[in-house]
Design a protein around this ligand. Structure first.
Ligand code: NDP
Length: 336
């Protein structure tokens, strides 16, 4: 089998040297386990956090450990009663061609005749669920309110904006570069899309939100957050989902301490700022699978994928994602 392991912990942005490709003999399953052949690997921003040592919401990947990741996999051999050879499943089998996992750990069986199976890693899987749960449970957009989301061409942001529109909100998307901006406005149907790299981005955002911002779905942090802050309305909700602009940071940002001003704004504008990890809302998952499945079949939610061919290209694609080089849900096609 082929696999990619963590060779060293990155200082700042990861480099190719932080990963190592290895070959190993085919593992054999024991009682209760299954042997999987991985077809699709999902690359997600959270993996950057797993490369660091230290406390987070899950333990880090060990040095020389296989990189973590969601997969769409085929069962090759099963010693678990629920799974049979040939089943296509949603798994967490990591950056490798094959894996042995506990049958209990498999998330769901995929219908090969239904939606494209790799959507179970994107819009119809973890990122889509993140959007669905964070928006409904924390953002709670009301009809006519203004919702703002960045990384708007990615699987979380694209889904946040489209669901918010289905709920009757006005949606402003933020993305990097003219192609992504055009996609967000034209293909995804956001009311407005803006480029966060524009010189006058903060002014453009203010002009795009004449009634202020009621929900800011936080995916990025950085200067997008700075531009959003003064525009927040009383009782605005901020689901804090991700801070990708800071994932490669090596220390505190320079400049004066602005925490007191931020806290004061949270107080005087009655803001709800709530961090979440999608798993907090796992009780909603079956409802999400059903409702999103219907929206996708009806064409009410659209999605875009960025497919990289071959496991060996995963490190370079992952490094690029943290700089915004991906355009849509980033997937590695490992095998047919
Ligand atoms: P994306 O495919 O959207 O990839 C990340 C994107 O972030 C890049 O493409 C880039 O898009 C944007 N970006 C990177 N740096 C910056 C920056 N400095 N300023 C503004 N934008 C930047 O990723 P996902 O949709 O998978 O994830 C989106 C967010 O959701 C991430 O923060 C992720 O960690 C978080 N997340 C959280 C979960 C949770 O449970 N809390 C679960 C899943 C995801 P562009 O070129 O448009 O700037």
């Amino acid at each position: 089998i082929t696999r990619i392991v963590l060779a060293s912990r990155p200082e700042g942005a990861p480099t190719a040297d932080d990963f190592r490709i290895e070959h190993a003999p085919m593992p054999t399953p024991r009682h209760g386990q299954v042997l999987l052949r991985n077809r699709w690997l999902s690359l997600d921003p959270y993996m950057r956090g797993r490369m660091n040592a230290g406390r987070s919401y899950v333990p880090p990947i060990e040095i020389d450990g296989v990189m973590d990741g969601g997969t769409v996999s085929e069962v090759v051999q099963s010693l678990h009663p629920a799974w049979a050879p040939g089943d296509l499943v949603l798994a967490h089998a990591g950056w490798q061609s094959h894996a042995v996992v506990d049958g209990e750990s498999l998330r769901r069986k995929l219908d090969p005749s239904g939606l494209p199976p790799q959507t179970a890693l994107g819009v119809h899987g973890m990122p889509g669920f993140t959007a669905y749960a964070g928006l409904h449970e924390i953002g709670r957009p009301q009809h006519g309110e203004t919702v703002v989301v960045a990384a708007a061409s990615g699987p979380v942001g694209a889904t946040v904006g489209q669901i918010a529109r289905l709920r009757g909100a006005r949606v402003v998307g933020i993305a990097g570069g003219p192609d992504k901006v055009a996609h967000v406005e034209t293909d995804l149907g956001f009311d407005v899309a803006l480029d966060h790299r524009a010189e006058d981005f903060a002014e453009q955002l203010a002009a795009a939100c004449p009634d202020g911002i009621d929900v800011y779905f936080e995916n990025v942090g950085g200067k997008v957050f700075d531009a959003v802050l003064p525009l927040l309305n009383d009782f605005a909700r901020i689901p804090v989902c991700g801070l990708v602009a800071h994932y490669n940071a090596t220390g505190p940002a320079p400049g004066p301490d602005r925490v007191p001003q931020l806290m004061s704004l949270i107080l005087t504008r009655h803001l709800t700022v709530r961090g979440f990890i999608q798993h907090d809302f796992i009780a909603l998952y079956p409802e999400f699978v059903r409702e999103m499945g219907q929206w996708l079949r009806d064409g009410r939610i659209r999605y875009r994928e960025d497919v990289v061919e071959g496991l060996e290209r995963a490190p370079e694609a992952f490094i690029g994602m943290l700089e915004g080089k991906n355009f849509g849900k980033l997937l590695v096609k490992i095998a047919d």
